[in-house]
Design a protein around this ligand. Structure first.
Ligand code: AMP
Ligand code: GLY
Length: 429
């Protein structure tokens, strides 16, 4: 098969790494890709949102399968666009329709979907600018802290957790009246605060059947001990000890089943991944959000644990034959440590040469924000630069493998969290 993968992050390098291991893959193209995907596949100078460019490329290279990594092209309607072109109308694509992608593109839509389909989630109300007075009055009656969410995509920044009423009121005004997050906050979801431990659950679906992939824990804050600013994700661990079979059964029965049944009942065309961000609140799962793609850096920890043929999984999703696919998961531990540019998630300097080790025992180096400079050196180009995944039969072994590789990698001002996985290790002691 000729496969086109869209995206340029660590998630996409992990997808590419897994796809090229499959005997079903003849040629893999990544648009636009990064310096890591360039080593194992052919990068294509095309943005993931250049719909006509992607369409032409598909025809020119006889692409048999398209795999969409990030949410943006999905929310903008890439799948509907390709299905509206006579020569790609039946092309297998991993990624939901525009309506399906609204589960991530609009928090209000996704909350209403959960409510209609009986999926447990925090209590909420949605407000627009002309409902500001009602919104402020609603805030007065809620307990604290309270969560304000911009309805639309806001690059992971649109969620505010307010500790006091004054802060909540002024934030609601800024979001609705001063467009704090641009168009994304023209509607605001005001939501009950859920306490507990977060878990990332990944579901592959063809819109009718589903397979639950390995779960993962993400480390979102920049600082050790979960302190400081939120980031795209500084590390991941899979499996997660508190996600035992009892808890995962609740997740499947209360969340996964009604979600997939809801997609089918509401005739939402969804062939792709559903990433369920959930809170374990005293042993009960509540959905914080849906994403319509895999997580990053969770993917870099999850995919190494998939033992069955990965292109087979992607094809089964895209062609509606997931019920015939047998998913095999390795019992191994997998841990990912993200190395970032110094200063991230604030401003940072780019272009420092990166030195990578020759040998990486028990670990894999995934590229995220890397590039090759005119002199041919690998350099840092983005905030999150590399994601190093270690695998082992025990969590400690997986961590040792990841960190022994991390410790051999350097560039000026590189930073990473040394405490990835420590909280889970402590739970096992
Ligand atoms: P989201 O963009 O919806 O993933 O929200 C970003 C982060 O805010 C989540 O990963 C949680 O850590 C936190 N968060 C969102 N909603 C809630 C909530 N209702 N209760 C507690 N924390 C939340
Ligand atoms: N790691 C969280 C995300 O991909 O949104």
């Amino acid at each position: 098969m000729n496969i086109l993968l869209l995206g340029s992050g660590g998630r996409e390098h992990a997808f590419a790494w897994k796809i090229v291991q499959s005997p079903a893959c003849s040629r893999l193209f990544v648009a636009p890709g990064n310096a890591g995907t360039a080593e194992i596949a052919q990068n294509v100078k095309l943005a993931a949102t250049d719909f006509p460019g992607i369409h032409q490329f598909i025809l020119r290279e006889s692409i048999d399968l398209v795999v969409v990594g990030p949410e943006e092209p999905l929310v903008k309607g890439l799948v509907d666009f390709l299905q509206s072109q006579p020569d790609t109308v039946n092309l297998p694509i991993v990624g939901p329709s525009k309506l399906g992608a609204t589960l991530e593109g609009s928090k209000d839509f996704s909350k209403r979907f959960m409510q209609r389909n009986g999926v447990p989630t925090a209590a909420y109300e949605t407000f627009t600018a002309d409902q500001i007075e009602a919104g402020l009055a609603y805030l007065e009656k809620q307990s604290l802290p309270i969560v304000l969410k911009a309805d639309g995509l806001a690059a992971g920044k649109g969620v505010l957790i307010c500790e006091n009423l004054e802060e909540a009121k002024s934030s609601l005004k800024e979001m609705l009246l001063d467009a704090k997050f641009g168009d994304a906050s023209s509607k605001v979801v005001v939501e009950e605060f859920l306490s507990g431990i977060e878990l990332s659950v990944f579901v592959a679906t063809d819109g009718k059947s589903y397979k639950i992939l390995p779960e993962a824990k993400d480390y979102k804050r920049i600082g050790e001990g979960d302190t400081g600013l939120n980031t795209g994700g500084m590390g991941a661990v899979s499996p997660v000890i508190f996600a035992d079979s009892d808890f995962m059964q609740k997740v499947e029965d209360r969340i996964v089943k009604p979600t997939i049944a809801g997609l089918e009942k509401e005739q939402i065309d969804y062939k792709g991944f559903v990433f369920i961000g959930l809170m374990n609140n005293n042993g009960n799962p509540f959905v914080i959000e849906y994403n319509v793609r895999m997580g990053d850096p969770e993917t870099e920890a999850v995919l190494p644990r998939i033992e069955s043929d990965f292109v087979g999984l992607l094809t089964a999703i895209a062609t509606g034959k997931l019920d015939q696919y047998e998913l095999k998961i390795s019992p191994n531990y997998s841990t990912t440590v993200v190395m970032v540019s110094g200063g991230y998630p604030g401003s940072y300097e780019k272009g420092f040469p990166i030195s990578l080790p020759e040998k990486t025992e028990g670990s894999v180096i995934f590229h995220a924000g890397t590039a090759t400079n005119p002199e041919g050196h690998l350099v840092n180009q983005g905030g999150r630069v590399l994601a190093i995944t270690g695998v082992g039969s025990e969590l400690q072994e997986a961590l040792d493998h990841a960190f022994s590789t991390v410790n051999q990698i350097s560039w000026e001002k590189a930073y990473f969290r040394k405490d990835i996985g420590q909280d889970i290790l402590n739970l096992t002691k």
